[in-house]
Design a binder for this molecule. Structure first.
Ligand code: DGT
Ligand code: CA
Ligand code: CA
Ligand code: ZN
Length: 595
């Protein structure tokens, strides 16, 4: 987590406390400011130093002062005083779906509930149902959501962990003793959430690297520091670093990238070739009698490192590069996103690995918002930003009336008429193709809400997404929306918010089938809070014949950068460019949209 993320978290928590007390408007002001701080490309510390925090949209004098205070002291006094009045673990408790700041205060006032353990005990003892405004049904709903809230508190969102991993890599790379660095673990596999950040450094001087890492200015705590590995905590997230000999970097990278299941499968494959693979290399063990207990022959470590020594048996045939490791096992390189033991090694063996989508394949974005609903910019600004981002086309899909949009900023049919004509004018003046669209809500029954079909018919693109009733199995509901005459894209199909709510259950194969039949693209929403569809669902949908589309759902130009999360999520779903609508040229996209 960057410093901007840390400040944003504090401002959001402060918003929660204000909301709990029933303060009007201010909470939303703080949340908007927090979101902008999070996305702002410059570190708040350097902004504070040149007195420029006000450059961040939505940050007025009062909020700027709080940010400056946090940068200087690590705390915000106003938040600490709120915490003193209402001593609860606000972030943990509000992670329980259905429990908002006001509920937290009610439950604290009535029952003294301060954290998840208290909440769980109160539900178990049937105390919550006795509180005014609650009942047995609410109580059991709360009880049901606690496990998810607990688990989600333990894993970091990819969108928070990637920047932290990148900072760690940059720091290690700046050290003289370090020859190569990379991220490993689930972070390198782009899992939607990660348990800890794994970094790998190649160096002949592990001590120097470990010492420097333990002194990293971002580290708030050194959890452990050994001879060749160390763990520190940064913004509450554990960051592991391992230092390996440069000649073994590739093997270590392969091993520590995982997944564990992939590695086990790979070792089994190696045994069949009379080879042994581990974190030190690939070894030809055809002449070794008992490779699993044999004495080391060519280890590069000191003799005292005996457990490592036993691992280096037979003749070493690879280890310096990761591609070399796979090659020595008769396999092409397998991209990290595929390493989940879901058939990738068999595919590699038979030459059937996918030709994975790459960021450079993406040519446009088909789900974005402007200030006409809840976005931040004019159509002109967003289009100009899309062009400089490198897109060939952009769809502007502001919200229609109804759920999914804060306040009443959604468009009705008349407003949509004006907006559409405006988009057409901007398109005429622009070098990229701009599509006029809308994002509509899918209601609990699968109806596409709030705008008459006649209004939808005049648009180039209709994105239909669920924003409410995000519970239970929604397969039929989504299929109904897919079959709507004017819908072309199913937006964030499950409605999940990572670490906040699980979203609806879907049978991705059936939804994929219906989408293929109806000529509707299924979204891979690239916002790191969503990543929806998820990788496995993408794969099932594509296997069923569906086309997907990687959209950012950007509410500002900065959010175009989220594309990378969507692309890597699609890669976890084995997506090839042919199956990704916005990897196609504009002519093919027009055809898909029936234009
Ligand atoms: P996470 O951190 O829970 O999101 O998941 P990973 O995959 O990053 O797991 P982590 O951090 O425990 O370890 C990183 C990789 O190192 C893991 O994917 C595989 C490898 N690894 C670590 N410890 C072991 C082990 O005891 N056995 C095996 N086979 N592999 C391990
Ligand atoms: Ca990890
Ligand atoms: Ca780890
Ligand atoms: Zn949207």
């Amino acid at each position: 987590m960057s410093r901007n993320d840390a400040v944003a978290d504090e401002l959001e928590t402060l918003a929660d406390f204000l909301e709990a007390r029933g303060v009007a408007y201010k909470p939303q002001t703080y949340r908007t400011a927090a979101a902008n701080v999070r996305d702002y490309p410059e570190d708040v510390k350097s902004l504070a130093e040149r007195d420029a925090l006000g450059d961040i949209e939505g940050v007025g004098d009062a909020i700027a002062a709080k940010i400056a205070e946090f940068v200087e002291t690590g705390d915000i006094e106003a938040l600490e005083s709120e915490r003193a009045d209402l001593p609860v673990e606000m972030a943990a408790l509000t992670r329980v779906e259905g429990v908002g700041p006001k509920t937290v205060k009610q439950l604290y006032d009535a029952l003294g509930i301060q954290d998840l353990d208290d909440l769980e005990a109160a539900a178990e003892n049937e105390e919550i149902r006795e509180v005014k405004g609650f009942g047995p049904k609410t109580e059991s709903n709360i009880a049901e959501k606690i496990p998810f809230a607990r688990q989600s508190g333990q894993r970091e969102r990819l969108g928070d962990a990637r920047p932290l991993g990148a900072d760690g890599v940059e720091f290690l790379r700046s050290l003289d003793a370090v020859e190569r660095v990379d991220v490993a673990g689930s972070l390198r596999r782009w899992k939607p959430t990660i348990g800890d950040v794994d970094l790998l450094a190649a160096s002949a001087d592990d001590e120097a690297v470990i010492d420097a890492f333990a002194g990293w200015e971002r580290a708030e705590e050194v959890i452990e520091a050994g001879t060749n590995k160390a763990s520190v905590r940064v913004n509450g997230v554990r960051v592991d670093v391992r230092v390996v000999d440069p000649s073994e970097f590739g093997a270590a990278l392969q091993y520590f990238t995982g997944s564990r299941e992939h590695n086990i499968r790979l070792r089994t494959h190696a045994v069949g070739m009379e080879r042994k693979v581990n974190e030190y290399g690939v070894f030809d063990v055809s002449d070794v009698e008992d490779p699993d207990s044999g004495e080391g022959t060519n280890g590069s470590r000191t003799p005292s490192d005996s457990s490592d020594g036993r691992q280096r048996v037979g003749e070493r045939v690879a280890g310096e590069t990761e591609a070399g490791v796979y090659d020595a096992l008769g396999l092409p390189h397998i991209e990290p996103e595929l390493r989940e033991d879901t058939g990738e090694i068999d595919a590699a063996k038979s030459g059937a690995l996918p030709n994975l989508l790459e960021e450079a394949d993406v040519r446009g974005d088909l789900h974005t918002h402007t200030e006409r609903s809840d976005g931040e910019n004019t159509v002109e600004e967003l289009v100009a930003a899309a062009e400089s981002f490198g897109h060939d086309y952009l769809a502007v899909t502001d919200h229609g009336e109804g759920p999914g949009v804060f306040g009443d900023s959604g468009l009705d049919a008349d407003a949509l008429d004006d907006h559409r004509e405006h988009i057409r004018e901007v398109d005429a003046d622009s070098d990229i193709d701009v599509f006029a669209g809308i994002e509509t809500n899918i209601d609990a029954d699968g109806n596409v809400e709030s705008l008459p079909d006649s209004a939808l018919a005049k648009l180039d693109i209709v994105v239909a997404s669920p924003h409410s009733a995000l519970e239970g199995d929604a397969t039929e509901r989504l299929i109904r929306a897919i079959e709507h005459e004017h819908v072309e894209v199913l937006g964030h199909p499950t409605g999940r918010l990572i670490n906040q709510r699980p979203g609806v259950d879907v049978d991705a194969e059936r939804v994929g089938n219906a989408a293929a039949d109806a000529g509707v693209a299924l979204e891979v929403n690239a916002n790191p809070a969503r990543l929806d569809l998820a990788g496995e669902q993408v794969r099932a949908a594509i296997d069923a014949g569906a086309t997907v589309v990687v959209n950012t759902d950007a509410h500002s130009p900065a959010e175009f950068e989220h594309l990378t999360y969507g692309v890597h999520t699609a890669r976890r779903g084995w997506a090839e460019p042919d199956s990704v609508l916005n990897a196609w040229d504009v002519g093919a996209v027009r055809e898909f949209l029936g234009l």
